[in-house]
Design a protein around this ligand. Structure first.
Ligand code: TXA
Ligand code: MG
Length: 347
């Protein structure tokens, strides 16, 4: 294992100077190394997407199973076609979506080009591509001259990192460099859609809900559900247990379903710290963390979500209880993460 073997440097990228950090990252990537980079969603663990050996390191460092494909980050809209094949039928939709949402938190799954090594896509004929809105990720892809393969910078199945301290607790000692771009502005991983033809009509198959919402996408065409395929990663959402804290986590439909066990320490992940939601006053919680102290704003909840989940996980509790949130708009992405974090394999 690589664990503990490497000294992990942190390079700061701030408003005044992020180019030094970009240059440091490019140097490592050119040498076939992997580095953690900030994006607007979560931190990514980056490798040169055209260097299969470097990409293999991503899987090794993350302890990620080889069947789970990586997302490829490009530097500009026109670089999409270096990695993905856009058919004439899908071209108008791709143009509209990239025009509206790129750079930004939307990943498009399309057939891959031959340039993309099979290891990146886990042997799938398709590739997930996005253009990050973060100047560091984009700057690194531009400087390197190649697209960047980057999954979230956490060990497999664990909580995604939205700050450098979270990256360090996941991968410190395993990678040579982390670029510190501060806290991630969106806080949840990108929305993933597969673009396909249904007869003669293009459709968007929602594989993972995220900051670009179903409602946002509907303005551009039909949004259909991901198929549930057991034992494969046809859709990333089929990996039931994900984003999981080590502390057992429960998500109830109603507060009455929570029956505390004698002598156990429970923490609450509250949506807006509101008595009338039924959870805050229900128990003498050992710790309460509030997703949106600003009175229930979904975007605030999204930004704080992984940070607070990690905080509760590290608090030495016996269990975490999470309040459900509305599934409308950005709430769908938060509920998706909560449901998968709370999954305990009893399906
Ligand atoms: O916001 C994000 O997307 C972040 C930042 C770093 O860009 N990345 C991220 O990567 O969340 P990761 O690996 O944690 O999640 C990527 C998901 C995986 O669950 C994978 O199964 C899915 O994308 N994926 C990648 N390529 C795919 C493909 N060709 N078909 C279906 N799913 C794919
Ligand atoms: Mg991930």
């Amino acid at each position: 294992m690589l664990q503990g073997g490497v000294e992990t440097r942190v390079e700061l990228a701030d408003f005044e100077d992020w180019k030094t950090a970009v240059a440091a990252a490019v140097k490592e990537l050119r040498a076939g190394e992997v580095v953690a980079l900030p994006t607007e969603t979560v931190y990514g663990l980056a490798a040169d997407a055209f260097n299969a050996e470097a990409v293999a390191k991503v899987f090794e460092v993350k302890e990620r199973p080889s069947f789970d494909p990586l997302i490829v980050h490009v530097a500009r809209v026109r670089d999409l076609e270096r990695v993905a094949v856009v058919s004439e039928e899908l071209r108008p939709l791709v143009k509209k979506l990239t025009g509206e949402f790129w750079p930004g938190p939307l990943t498009l799954v399309l057939p891959k080009t031959d340039k993309v090594p099979d290891i990146v896509t886990s042997g799938l004929p398709t590739v997930g591509v996005r253009l990050s809105a973060h100047e560091v990720m984009r700057g690194v892809a531009k400087e390197l001259g190649n697209p960047i393969a980057a999954p979230s910078a956490n060990r497999f199945g664990r909580i995604s990192p939205t700050s450098v301290s979270a990256v360090m607790s996941e991968l410190g000692g395993r990678i040579p460099l982390v670029v510190d771009g501060g806290a991630c502005g969106d806080g949840l991983e990108s929305t993933i859609i597969a673009l396909e033809m249904d007869g003669d009509k293009p459709v968007m198959r929602l594989l993972r809900p995220g900051p670009v919402t179903r409602e946002d996408l509907r303005k551009f065409g039909r949004v259909v559900k991901a198929k549930r395929v057991t034992g494969t990663v046809e859709a990333p959402g089929t990996m039931e247990s994900h984003y999981a804290p080590e502390t057992p986590m429960f998500l109830f439909e109603k507060p009455e379903e929570f029956v505390p066990e004698e002598g156990k320490k429970y923490g609450l992940l509250s949506f807006r710290d509101e008595e009338k939601d039924g959870y805050v006053g229900k128990h003498d919680w050992a710790q309460v963390e509030v997703l949106s102290p600003g009175g229930g704003k979904m975007s605030e909840a999204a930004v704080r979500f992984f940070f607070l989940l990690r905080k509760l996980d590290e608090a030495g509790l016996d269990a975490i209880v999470a309040e459900p949130v509305s599934k409308a708009r950005l709430g769908e992405a938060i509920m998706d993460r909560l449901q998968r974090a709370a999954f305990r394999g009893e399906d």
